[in-house]
Design a protein around this ligand. Sequence first.
Ligand SMILES: C[S@@+](CC[C@H](N)C(=O)[O-])C[C@H]1O[C@@H](n2cnc3c(N)ncnc32)[C@H](O)[C@@H]1O
Length: 270
Amino acid sequence: MSGKTHDRRPAPDSDNRGRAPNSRDRVLTPGPRARRPCPDPGKLQTDILYRATIDYYNLRQVHGDMPHKTPRGPAPDLPAEQARIVRESQEAMRGRKVLEVASGTGSATREIAETAVSVTGVEIATNMLDLAAESDNPPNVSYLAGDAFDLGSIAPGKSFDGGFAAGFLHTCPASRYAEFLHGFHARLEEGAVVFMRSSRPTSPDAVSRLFRVEGHEDQFMTRQLSDGSEYIMVENDPTEEDLRQVFEPLSRNLEIHIGNYWWWIRYELP
Ligand SMILES: C[S@@+](CC[C@H](N)C(=O)[O-])C[C@H]1O[C@@H](n2cnc3c(N)ncnc32)[C@H](O)[C@@H]1O
């Protein structure tokens, strides 16, 4: 990686971050477009969010997302950012035995398998796992059913000197970062390199579905599948400072990049 950069463009929702709570409407919306009735507060409990995330990813493979109401519009810099994130992921995992969490259908798994010695993907949604297994995978890739928060018994006896997570941390409640990272790092060797990346909810459609609620440190998003079913999930979009606070105490040589469409970090374990 070429080093940390600071070219962060303000996210479209950033204007309303930290807005004072409105006594009539406890949902802190990111903008006037996103005003909606307060969701059932029960749906914001950690265990319900966890279940909704798994259900959403399982059923997204069956129904597909509801088509976007607001198109993104031109994003000429998106392909270059995507190419960079893939290149930097591959460089970070080059020559390593990688434990990947939340491997989904394996698209990022196969990317890093081009440079890694091996990649073991762990995924909780069975439909995602099935699709990953049915894909054209190189021989150095394997997939296991498992939970990112419970990696202790995954692949017993295997050692890993690379850790990878694409598209996971933004759905992880901030209150579970320590639990996740403690378990993930415990499965990696001393000096292992870790690469994490997540998309940022910066498209007009994503922004229109974001909201914050008083008393919750996470940001949330409503997601809808084409069968009309609706899911409330965590959708955090951490700043460089947020990431530094979480990862610096746990790592060496932390590099952070906040792009326009993704954020990504690379670090080493002490
Ligand atoms: C945005 S997708 C990313 C998939 C893949 N890594 C990629 O980049 O294409 C998020 C994935 O995380 C998985 N996931 C969510 N919570 C998980 C958990 N607790 N343990 C393992 N996988 C989880 C979902 O099922 C889904 O496949």
